[in-house]
Design a protein around this ligand. Structure first.
Ligand code: FES
Length: 91
């Protein structure tokens, strides 16, 4: 189990993330009310900056989790590091 430190609407939150679980699903499961809409990589509502640590795409070898500018779509991203810091940008 890994740790996500996230800023959502300016408030710092910490929650765990299971292996293979998307960052967005971990945030939803933790009840921290992240911004999202489609959960399918289309709306960009779940976009976040990765302030430390590494993430990768849920589809191995794909880059569809990239949202430009070094940001990621949390609904399409899984953790690669044991701990990451992210900031949701649409909150
Ligand atoms: S929730 Fe729509 S792109 Fe992630």
């Amino acid at each position: 189990m890994a740790l996500i430190k996230a800023r959502i609407r300016g408030i710092a939150k910490e929650f765990s993330c299971d292996a293979g679980q998307t960052l967005l699903d971990a945030a939803i499961a933790a009840g921290v009310n992240p911004p999202f809409s489609c959960s399918a990589g289309a709306c960009q509502m779940c976009k976040a900056s990765v302030d430390s640590g590494e993430v990768s795409c849920i589809e191995e070898g794909s880059q569809t989790h990239q949202a430009g500018g070094g940001n990621v779509l949390t609904c399409q991203s899984i953790m690669k590091s044991d701990e990451i810091s992210i900031s949701f940008l649409n909150s």
